[in-house]
Write a protein that binds this ligand. Sequence first.
Ligand SMILES: Cc1cc2nc3c(=O)[nH]c(=O)nc-3n(C[C@H](O)[C@H](O)[C@H](O)COP(=O)(O)O)c2cc1C
Length: 306
Amino acid sequence: MSNPVMSVDLAGVELKNPVVVASGTFGFGREYGQFYDLSELGGICVKGLTAQRREGNPPPRIAETPMGILNSVGLQNPGVDAFIAHELPFLRQYDVKVIANISGNTPEEYGEMCEKLADAGVDLIEVNISCPNVKAGGLAYGTRPELAAEVTGMAKAHAGRVPVMVKLSPNVTDITEIARAVADAGADALSLINTLRGMRIDVNTRRPILKMNTGGLSGPAVLPVAVRMVWEVHNAVSLPILGMGGVSDGDSAAQMMLAGASAVAVGTVCFADPYAPIRVRDGLRDIAGRQGLDHVSQLTGGVRPW
Ligand SMILES: Cc1cc2nc3c(=O)[nH]c(=O)nc-3n(C[C@H](O)[C@H](O)[C@H](O)COP(=O)(O)O)c2cc1C
């Protein structure tokens, strides 16, 4: 049993451990901060920000599924300026890396938000081109290589020295095609996966459960899909990867890292267990320790395919 070093590097940003919390599942950290010291985490990826405040979609916008949930929240957030004024100072009280997740209606809007967030001093910008729950931007950019590249280029041009990580959608035929386009456009890192489009129906009313009819599936149900996609992307491009989708414990996080992720994000399971990110961190340390590793990062890409 070794005592592995837990810090990892994600696009030049040092995380004290590989566990980040996923955008949209941790708000701006205020509620979870009542359970434990947020400095325990490697990073906090905040709720998706837009240029203007958004109310999100009408309810119901969450539906449970076996080992997961469907959501159609639709990027409810106070807007990038309110985030910088009120939420970032709160997060800065903690020794934790802050990742700003952004969605724009146009490439220019992505650029403007990057400039504001870089000036405000966030540690990393996660460019969401994969939200299935909004009409503009979102998934439209994430499913077409040339648009994904355009948004990436715009973000890079305006983010200054802050690294840009592009969040990929699983709702495509070949995720490596988008990954390559985004890498060629200068992205510093990739994160994947966002939610998988899904639907539930109430058989008595014959109505979809979600008011938007469809939503995005997340939680432990999606882990094998996410691990497969991280593995494919890791084999296709040389960028660091933040792996997410169903990570719920040390084992699932280790699978994600063996498939090629440098760090992992924990999302949906936080709703059922606010302490999940801490459990994932400790579980990862145990697995790396049992395998006699000096450094948890030695797991990254270590899968031995048949
Ligand atoms: C309620 C909810 C809201 C989300 N909001 C965002 C968002 O604002 N921006 C984003 O990039 N991803 C968002 N996501 C996707 C997650 O960050 C993550 O990619 C996905 O849920 C897979 O991880 P998980 O299975 O651990 O939840 C959201 C997911 C959920 C469940």
